[in-house]
Design a protein around this ligand. Structure first.
Ligand code: HEM
Length: 385
């Protein structure tokens, strides 16, 4: 279902994720039915703002198929255990037990301090590797730093996170899966030690999550897994936001030189979403948006199309950092809405600022050949040939 189609195959919402310009296609699909059947992919697709918003909040749709809470390819191995404990991948008890602590800890982050530390880290790193690598390294290392990892460990932790997240994609091969299992094991072991060694007075993100988790849950495996989950949720999505922000800089003009304002980054997140779509699975036979659906059906919620719906954001194709009352769906909505939106915006702003300060050439960024990393949902530009 998820294999990349050949370049001359008809456009569909999975091919759209990595297409140089999917937005005219999204506009056409928004004029179609509320739920449209996509024959080559075997999924239902929703592209309108009101429909996507409603479906993200309906309990009839689950984040995982009822019959396969953990993908069969991961079952019984370390990446499968980690996957199965993540709030992102659960409805019900695991989500309800750990979502509040994660949400409160992220909401309580002292953003100016986090920004200053992330900028210092980004300044120290910018220019070291390729631009493609910088998209990933800066945000994940900044979150690892906020959790309380020592500076010397940040590159190793970031490498494990990238290896683990590869298994979340249906495009992962056997080697990717084997690396992901080893990385999941290392991340769980290292996070367990970090939790055990943390002093109660540390003002880290880790302490904030633990404080909200209740005394019994402090070192429990689900909590450890969801601390790792903060890193894995950051990885590809924020890389996409940094990359798409650089493209917006090249195409639409510079943000102010001293700092990249959150509203400017938020407009990038609306105009060219990093997470283009997310999936939901029908729990039992039902009717949604007037369409009968069967248990096990897959519904693709095209967040990137929904937030370009003119009914949500007037003149949606215009890049307008000053846009009043911007409506975002690219960070989700409802019970699984992203609790990291403010942090992600801040990290992307710091990364863009540091890269520009290091002399990143706008012309070089503009020479992007329209290539994106292979993915079924995340839009991450690549400048490598
Ligand atoms: C540009 C960057 C990011 C984007 C576009 C993004 C987007 C999203 C989206 C769309 C969801 C909901 C998925 C769904 O409902 O199917 C989500 C969930 C989540 N995100 Fe983010 N995210 C970003 C960065 C971050 C960061 C930096 C963190 C934390 C450090 C984070 C933590 C989470 C968590 C924990 C969830 C699961 C919430 C739940 O299931 O209750 N995200 N994100």
């Amino acid at each position: 279902m998820d294999a990349p189609l050949s370049p001359d195959a008809p456009m569909d919402p999975i091919a759209a994720v990595t297409h140089p310009d999917p937005y005219p296609h999204y506009a056409t699909w928004r004029d179609g039915p509320a739920l449209a059947w996509v024959p080559p992919r075997g999924v239902w697709m929703a592209t309108r703002g009101d429909v996507v918003r409603r479906l993200l909040a309906t309990p009839a749709l689950r984040v995982r198929p009822v019959t396969e809470p953990v993908p069969a390819a991961l079952l019984g191995r370390p990446a499968g255990e980690l996957f199965g404990l993540l709030i992102r991948m659960n409805d019900g008890p695991v989500h309800d037990a750990h979502r509040p602590a994660i949400g409160q800890a992220l909401a309580g982050l002292p953003l100016p301090q986090v920004r200053a530390r992330a900028l210092a880290l980004a300044r120290a790193q910018a220019g070291r590797g390729t631009l493609d690598d910088a998209l990933f390294e800066l945000p994940v290392q900044a979150v690892a730093q906020a959790l309380g990892f020592a500076a010397a460990e940040l590159p190793r932790v970031a490498a494990w996170v990238r290896e683990f997240v590869a298994c979340l994609s249906p495009l992962a091969g056997t080697d990717d899966l084997n690396r992901a299992h080893r990385a999941a094991e290392s991340l769980m072991a290292r996070m367990t030690r970090l939790v055990a060694d943390a002093a109660p007075h540390d003002a880290s993100l880790l302490q904030a999550v633990q404080a909200g988790g209740g005394a019994q849950a402090r070192s429990a495996r689900p909590l450890i897994a969801n601390l790792v989950g903060l890193l894995s949720q950051t990885c590809d999505a924020t890389a996409g936001l940094v990359g798409n922000s650089l493209l917006a800089w090249a195409r639409h003009g510079a943000p102010p030189p001293d700092a990249t304002p959150p509203a400017w980054i938020e407009e990038v997140a609306r105009h060219d979403a990093a997470v283009q779509n997310t999936r939901r699975f029908v729990a039992e036979d039902t009717v949604l948006e007037g369409q009968p659906l069967r248990a096990g059906d897959v519904v693709l919620l095209v967040l990137a199309a929904a937030q370009r719906d003119p009914a949500m954001n007037p003149a949606p194709d215009r890049f307008d950092p000053e846009r009043p009352a911007r409506q975002l769906l690219g960070f989700g909505h409802g019970p699984h809405a992203c609790p990291g939106q403010a942090l992600a915006t801040l990290l992307a702003g710091a990364a863009v600022q540091a890269l520009r300060e290091q002399g990143l050439d706008r012309e070089a960024v503009a020479r992007h050949a329209g290539r994106y990393r292979a993915s079924v949902n995340t839009r991450i530009p690549s400048w490598e040939t």
